[in-house]
Design a binder for this molecule. Structure first.
Ligand code: DC
Length: 210
């Protein structure tokens, strides 16, 4: 079974996907973490042009590890969540060479297992035939507040909100695989729901499909 969970930054898709995968015994693939990991490595190495990225990716090994991603044997966990990573990922994730390389990985990883994959384009591009597609939305203020609480940075609320606004714009306006619900996605507004309520709603949708 394939489950796609998409939505904007801070919509809670990764936490919900992780919890549901654990309950169901499915593999969870956080595609945002994949984009972040490549962005960290490429920006550290100062590689920005598509040709050079393509050469680098031809020699890159990416593995999912608990809580993060391993690139060429180096574990990346905290490195994925820095403000710099937030900025850099917007640049790298709009490049065709990066998206194509990851698309291939994402499809391979999901071919042999029951999977819950979360991201921006899972229902529209990566798994267009997923058994269930969910698109989570919430107001930008709620998403920023959740992020601020989660990371213990309440004083930074205004900066976090500004970053969410910036990423919403970049993610939904980019030419390749922009953020948008698939025609057959179930849209859930989580603004007034807590984590358990969202989990319960999606769990019920999964049961209906099984
Ligand atoms: O889910 P996230 O906030 O960790 O994702 C980080 C960035 O990666 C997001 O701003 C855009 C990009 N991304 C993407 O383009 N496509 C995906 N399927 C997942 C993430």
């Amino acid at each position: 079974m394939q489950i796609a969970i998409d939505g904007p930054a801070g919509s809670g898709k990764t936490s919900v996907a992780q919890a549901l995968a654990k309950e169901l015994g499915f593999i969870h693939l956080d595609t945002g973490a994949m984009f972040r990991a490549l962005s960290v490595i490429l920006s550290e190495e100062g590689i920005r042009e598509e040709d050079r990225i393509s050469e680098r990716l031809a020699q890159t090994d990416l593995q999912m590890i608990p809580e993060g991603v391993s690139i060429d044997g180096r574990s990346l966990i905290e490195e994925l969540r820095t403000e710099e990573a937030d900025r850099e990922v917007s640049y790298y994730s709009q490049l065709k060479v990066v998206r194509d390389w990851l698309l291939d990985k994402q499809r391979t990883l999901s071919a042999e297992h029951d999977v819950i994959m979360d991201g921006r384009d899972i229902g529209t591009v990566v798994l267009p035939h997923a058994d269930l597609k969910v698109f989570l939305v919430a107001s930008k203020e709620v998403r920023a507040l959740r992020r601020a609480i989660q990371s213990g940075r309440l004083d930074d609320y205004a900066d976090i909100l500004a970053d969410i606004e910036r990423r919403d714009k970049v993610d939904s306006e980019r030419r390749l695989a922009p953020l948008k619900p698939a025609d057959d996605a179930v849209i859930i507004d989580t603004s007034a729901l807590n984590f358990d309520e969202v989990l319960e709603l999606i769990r019920n949708l999964v049961e209906e499909k099984r």
